[in-house]
Design a protein around this ligand. Structure first.
Ligand code: NAD
Length: 488
């Protein structure tokens, strides 16, 4: 990959105003969650460096905002090409830093990141909107879509490079400048890309600063020159950002957690459900806000589903020596693993909840937790209501479909959901009633660059991906020209 050849496999420099600089803040260890070992220690951005990055983005804004969609598109395509050329290296970093199987990081995360840059390179050149016209005689009105200014983008640790792509590509495509902060746990892939971004983009258009939420993120989001904050993260973090944003009335774009309901009707294709939940309930060790984690199974299929799914889940492969043998990785940290363990412990303290499989920390190195299936769960149980963000799926029995829909909607979250039935008529009726940003029918989890991804309720608002995202990262403006009228 151009510009990334170094003697160590890790780049640790921040990107500020087109220059690669060493962080001047706290030095933090970056771990490999599959072993618990420290990969490298990286100095995060100091407060002065955060300010410098914001000022650089602010200076770069007027020039970048005046570039044409065609010019920005050409640069986004070059970024996509650079990621594609460096995909093997970037996937290795992603795998080391998140513990995820390398073959999956290469195939899923990297291909998705490339596609997102290519999608926005195209989408920004063919945006649509209201027609210009004489809505008042003698005046022509037209609508422009213009960039917002400096966007602070803050990402979580579950898909570091893909989340970076989701945030950086639409923001730049729309003509904004960006200060991007990866999770303090997972900065390696985007820092490795920083030299390429420095080479391709004018100074200040994209700045990468790493560091913790309180030490770096809070300064970033409260700076008055930042006009928009985009976060993918926890609800509590979203609330803090809203408070900080209120002071200077910044636009916010929040992708918060999820607790996806999976409604399985008696007439569902059982084999497909088992395969689907085995894959999409546990993908990325369940560290996914759309994970198929909250099953509602109708009485006629419930027992067979629990039995077959239990067997399927216990066959999930992880912590094996050969990368290709692994289907899932560890949790991101010992803290996250212990958090998952305590959720399960509290659940199993309830006499009605039954352990079908898993429910233990994996013995051996790394932050692994056994893929877990719990049955007999009730709607009011903590494990059904709260996001675990780990490889834990619950099953709750229902009789009437309307009950399952009510339970599915009885949640603080509203990101993703699915309905499994061979009756499309029924599926469409349920899909219409579910209060979720996405509903899959006889499937789960699949996300496309062309389609909007985002939530309702406490899952946040704003859309990632799709042309809707371009709208979120831009403002609509009315231009009205007075020109009189020709008389006959
Ligand atoms: P987190 O909220 O702890 O951290 C997310 C990011 O916010 C990190 O970069 C962190 O440093 C930063 N941050 C934390 N406190 C901050 C503050 N006060 N000011 C500014 N920045 C701050 O979340 P996480 O643990 O990294 O990720 C897991 C969470 O993200 C889960 O709740 C998950 O559901 C959610 N998530 C949501 C989506 C979605 O699309 N809705 C996708 C992935 C993850």
């Amino acid at each position: 990959m151009a510009g990334t050849a170094t003697s160590t496999p890790f780049s640790s420099d921040l990107l500020i105003d087109g220059r690669l600089v060493t962080g001047e803040g706290f030095v933090e260890p970056i771990l490999n969650p599959a072993t618990g070992e420290t990969l490298i220690s990286i100095a995060e951005a100091s407060t002065d460096q955060v300010t410098a990055a914001i000022q650089a983005a602010d200076r770069a804004f007027s020039g970048w905002a005046r570039t044409t969609p065609q010019q920005r598109s050409a640069l986004l395509l070059k970024i996509a090409d650079a990621i594609e050329q460096g995909a093997d290296h970037l996937a290795r970093l992603e795998s080391l830093n998140c513990g995820k199987p390398l073959h999956l990081a290469r195939q899923d995360d990297l291909n998705a990141a490339v596609d997102v840059f290519r999608f926005f390179a195209g989408a920004v050149r063919c945006q649509t909107g209201q027609l210009a016209g004489e809505y008042l005689p003698g005046f022509t009105s037209m609508v422009r879509r213009d960039p917002i200014g400096v966007v602070a983008s803050i990402a979580p640790w579950n898909y570091p490079l893909m989340m970076a792509a989701w945030k950086i590509a639409p923001a730049l495509a729309a003509g904004n400048t960006v200060v991007f902060k990866p999770s303090e746990h997972t900065p390696l892939s985007i820092l490795s890309l920083a030299p390429v971004l420095a080479e391709l983009l004018p100074p200040g258009v994209i700045n990468i600063i790493s560091g913790g939420g309180e030490s770096v993120g809070s300064h970033l989001v409260s700076h008055p020159k930042v006009r928009m904050v985009s976060l993918t993260g926890d609800i509590v973090t979203g609330q803090k950002i809203l408070q900080a944003a209120a002071k200077s009335v910044k636009r916010t774009h929040l992708e918060l957690g999820g607790k996806a309901p999976v409604i399985v009707c008696n007439d569902a294709d059982l084999k497909a459900v088992v395969e689907g939940v085995r894959t999409w309930g546990y993908y990325n060790a369940g560290q996914d806000c759309t994970a198929a984690c909250r099953i509602y199974a109708q009485a006629g299929i419930h027992d067979r589903l629990v039995a077959e799914l239990g067997e399927a889940v216990s066959s999930l492969r992880f912590a094996r020596k050969r990368d290709a043998d692994n289907e899932i990785g560890p949790l991101i940290s010992a803290r996250q693993r212990d958090r998952v363990a305590s959720f399960v412990e509290r659940a199993l303290g309830q006499p009605h909840i039954e352990r079908i499989t898993g429910a233990a920390v994996h013995s051996g190195p790394g932050f692994y937790y056994q893929p877990t299936l719990l049955a007999g769960c009730k709607q009011t149980d903590e494990i059904v209501q709260r996001e675990v963000f780990g490889p834990v799926v619950t099953v709750t029995r229902f009789d009437e479909l309307s009950q399952a829909v009510d339970w599915a909607n009885d949640s603080e979250y509203g990101l993703a959901s699915s309905i499994w039935t061979q009756n499309l008529d029924k599926a469409m009726q349920v899909a219409a009633r579910l209060q979720y940003g996405c509903t899959w029918i006889n499937s789960h989890f699949l996300v496309l660059s062309e389609m909007p991804h985002g939530g309702l309720k406490r899952s946040g608002y704003g859309k990632d991906l799709s042309s809707d995202s371009l709208e979120d990262y831009s403002v609509v403006r009315h231009i009205m020209a007075r020109h009189g009228q020709l008389t006959d």
